[in-house]
Design a protein around this ligand. Structure first.
Ligand SMILES: [Fe+2]
Length: 173
């Protein structure tokens, strides 16, 4: 994976005490920081999927152009869910393009790629990185007793793994 060379994000983690959540302040701070990490990954991956949607060329164009848009629509929804869960827990959602670029774990997308199946291969690797993050954050949420965040991440993972299957099936693997 390409190392992120941008300066670390300045992201104060303090959470408000007025929240519908019954979780402790310490737990909420920890979960909010993780949710912001996943928000950064999701925003970065969303932008990369759109780049693939726009630039893809080759015999698979007719299938991949709308498939990539399906992925982008799903990611846009998850970005909103991750950000809103962070705020529900009393935190701040850090979701600008620059904030996402600083915190994302997803490798940068190469701009010279055009061929259809090359895009699919690049997205398989990036979808796997995103899934690893979702699983790690779900594990932390379970550990801290935040079952609602864990459930939210499970729902995302179920859909995201289905999309990972779509990509692999396109490659015939
Ligand atoms: Fe489009």
């Amino acid at each position: 994976m390409t190392r992120n060379t941008l300066k670390p994000a300045a992201r104060p983690n303090a959470v408000r005490t007025s929240t519908p959540s019954s979780l402790s302040e310490t737990t909420r701070e920890r979960i909010v920081a993780e949710l912001n990490d996943r928000l950064a990954d999701a925003a970065d991956l969303h932008s990369q999927v759109k780049v693939a949607h726009w630039n893809v060329k080759g015999p698979q164009f007719a299938a991949l152009h709308p498939l990539f848009e399906t992925f982008a629509v799903a990611l846009a929804g998850w970005i909103d869910e991750l950000a809103e869960r962070a705020v529900i827990l009393g935190g701040t959602a850090y979701g600008t393009v620059r904030q996402a670029a600083r915190a994302s774990r997803i490798a940068e997308y190469p701009s010279e790629v055009t061929r259809d199946l090359e895009h699919v291969e690049l997205l398989v690797a990036r979808f796997d990185t995103f899934a690893e993050g979702l699983r790690a954050t779900r594990g932390l949420a379970e550990e801290f007793g935040d079952i609602d965040t864990a459930d939210l991440l499970t729902a995302m993972l179920q859909q995201h793994e289905k999309h990972g299957w779509f990509l692999r099936a396109t490659l015939g693997v």
